[in-house]
Design a protein around this ligand. Structure first.
Ligand code: ZN
Length: 315
């Protein structure tokens, strides 16, 4: 300690503090003693004893009630916890099921795609194969035709064959009669076509506006009269006939020259040429195949027409 305060009789202050402390202790001891005496005195009183007992009972009841409440609360909490756990498991199961379904869907899609691709590949290969087979057959046929043309004697057996589009189906009556069918190659019935004949058919050879519209309205004037007449058609046909006949006659003697006077798309302008023999027809077939006339590539086939009357409607 230093300074003036230390010189101001500190012991006196300390003494007073000690005195206060002693007094308080003494008072406390006296109070405790008094309380003990009071308690001892009260304990001798039956009413006080009963009060104490009641107090103890009350405390015990309160304690039991608190324990019961606590137990109930705990049970509620446990149930809630169980419910939450069950809900979580359910959600997890649903999620797993959804994921499994998604995986299954993807696998199925991949399988379908693979099957589709395999089918496409198979079709492509089949197409290529049949294309190659057709090309080989064509080469062989052309060779047979060349041999037949360059040698005397009857045609070889290969050229006597009849090509059938659907061998196991019914004959297409229309094709048999006219060598034309509105369904063309996709027709469900069987189209028979000879590989050699003395008659050739040149498809869509003679074309004319009057043959190109099924109803001639487009060529009608306001009053309904036709701008192009049958006379025009006849003159055009005569011009066409004079134009093509000389070349066709170079291949051999012609017995019949007929054009289909029919506006139906699948028959329009077909020209049938009947030669005196198969060699002449074959020469025409080879020379005209894929040639162009009036801007259109010619398509020539051998025909098996048996009756002109049933095949062609005039002209
Ligand atoms: Zn048909």
């Amino acid at each position: 300690m230093s300074g003036k305060s230390t010189t101001k009789r500190p012991w006196r202050k300390e003494l007073k503090k000690q005195q206060r402390k002693r007094r308080r202790r003494k008072e406390a001891v006296a109070r405790d003693l008094r309380l003990e005496e009071e308690e001892a005195h009260n304990l001798k009183d039956p009413a006080y004893q009963q009060l104490l007992q009641q107090q103890v009972q009350l405390e015990e009841e309160q304690k039991r009630a608190a324990e019961k409440r606590h137990a109930e609360e705990e049970e509620i909490w446990l149930r809630r916890d169980l419910l939450a756990q069950r809900e979580f498991r359910l959600k997890q199961q649903q999620r797993t099921a959804l994921e499994a379904a998604e995986v299954a869907k993807r696998i199925k899609q991949a399988e379908e795609l693979a099957a589709k691709e395999a089918e496409q590949r198979r079709r492509h290969e089949e197409h290529e194969k049949s294309k190659a087979a057709a090309a080989a057959e064509f080469e062989q046929m052309m060779e047979c035709m060349e041999n037949f043309l360059n040698n005397d004697g009857p045609p070889p057996a290969e050229l006597r064959r009849v090509v059938e589009s659907r061998p196991n189906q019914n004959l297409c009556i229309l094709y048999e009669r006219t060598n034309c069918c509105r369904y063309g190659a996709p027709c469900v019935n069987n189209h028979r076509r000879p590989l050699l004949s003395n008659i050739i058919v040149v498809r869509h050879f003679f074309m004319h506006p009057l043959l190109e519209v099924e109803q001639h309205k487009e060529y009608a004037n306001a009053d309904g009269s036709l701008e192009l007449s049958e006379q025009d058609l006849r003159e055009a046909y005569e011009d066409f006939f004079e134009d093509v006949l000389p070349e066709l006659e170079e291949f051999g003697y012609i017995l019949n020259f007929r054009a289909v006077r029919n506006v139906l798309r699948h028959m329009r302008g077909h020209v049938f040429v009947e030669y005196v023999d198969e060699r002449s027809a074959l020469k025409a077939f080879i020379k005209l195949q894929r040639r162009y006339y009036a801007g259109r590539q010619l398509n020539v086939e051998f025909s098996c027409i048996k009756s002109w009357r049933s095949a062609i409607c005039g002209m």
